[in-house]
Design a protein around this ligand. Structure first.
Ligand SMILES: [Zn+2]
Ligand SMILES: [Zn+2]
Length: 290
């Protein structure tokens, strides 16, 4: 069973929290699929379009939360926020159920450091990996050693040590609380948050072109072509991508907080629009023009 082999691999080679997140991810995907495709489950759940709608809404919120705060704020320091706001953002992370920030940050910084070479934790294609592995096993990472030195400074940020230690306690408490209020909320929570991870990994997976890729028509879409890495922009993904779909721009200019290709002309991508609003509210600060 190829599926079980992958489970064994992730259990043996990866960080224990990666394994936990992987199991939760599959539970979320199964709930979502079963709520649409399996009539007895659907009836037991009292399926209606409200369920799908809420899953979609939770997915949107989680996608914005992780791309804006985990990616642009915590991993890349594209903007800074006042300390109380950062503490609040970090302490809310168990609600988004995307893993604690330190895990995301170390994996993502390794992705930038080794993009398109050996050492990338989630290459779209490698000797042992096909694109579907990225989507079905997003927490199965190619590199076995996490370079923890990349997050030494990061761990000194507000609430990071606390959340890394107590993340799973808080997740368990939220799960129990949702069950007590209404078990349907638990299903919406797990399916919605995990659909958010799926969407993120579509970006990761198709945001890079392996050497033998047939997807050449996407190559460096609306970006300059003369660099070593193989990141691409994803046309048509602007709504789901929250601006992160300008993946090539982001890899080429990793210090930019605004990934819009026309940023110098004042255009904002979706997440940059939110950053701009946070700046206007006096909550956030950016040090570069774009
Ligand atoms: Zn990045
Ligand atoms: Zn990338």
């Amino acid at each position: 069973m190829i599926f079980l082999d992958y489970y064994k691999k992730i259990y043996n080679n990866q960080h224990v929290d990666g394994f936990r997140l992987q199991v939760i991810y599959h539970i979320g995907m199964l709930i979502l699929l079963a709520s649409i495709l399996v009539p007895p489950f659907r009836e037991w759940l009292g399926f209606g379009w409200w369920f799908v709608l809420w899953v979609f809404i939770v997915q949107r919120i989680c996608g914005h939360y992780s791309t804006l705060f985990y990616h642009r704020m915590l991993a890349h320091n594209h903007f800074t926020v006042v300390p109380w706001f950062e503490r609040l953002v970090v302490l809310l992370s168990p609600f988004a159920l995307q893993g604690y920030p330190a895990g995301y940050v170390v994996v993502h910084l390794m992705h930038h450091k080794y993009a398109d070479q050996e050492g990338d934790p989630h290459p779209p294609v490698s000797a042992t990996r096909q694109r579907w592995v990225n989507l079905v096993f997003p927490f199965l990472h190619d590199s076995k050693e996490l370079e923890l030195k990349l997050i030494l400074k990061f761990m000194r940020r507000p609430a990071q040590k606390f959340i890394t230690k107590f993340y799973w306690h808080m997740v368990a408490a939220i799960a129990v609380a949702l069950c007590v209020i209404n078990y349907k909320l638990l299903f919406i929570w797990i399916a919605g948050t995990q659909l958010g991870i799926f969407m993120g990994y579509i970006l990761n997976t198709y945001g890079h072109n392996p050497p033998q890729s047939k997807l050449f028509f996407w190559k460096h879409y609306r970006g300059e072509k003369e660099t070593a890495h193989k990141a691409v922009n994803l046309p048509g993904w602007s709504l789901q991508g929250r601006g992160e779909n300008w993946h090539y721009i982001h890899h080429t200019y990793p210090q930019r907080w605004n990934f819009h290709p026309d940023a110098p002309a004042g255009k904002l991508d979706q997440n940059a629009w939110i950053i701009d609003k946070l700046v206007n509210l006096g909550i956030a600060k950016v040090d570069t023009p774009w």
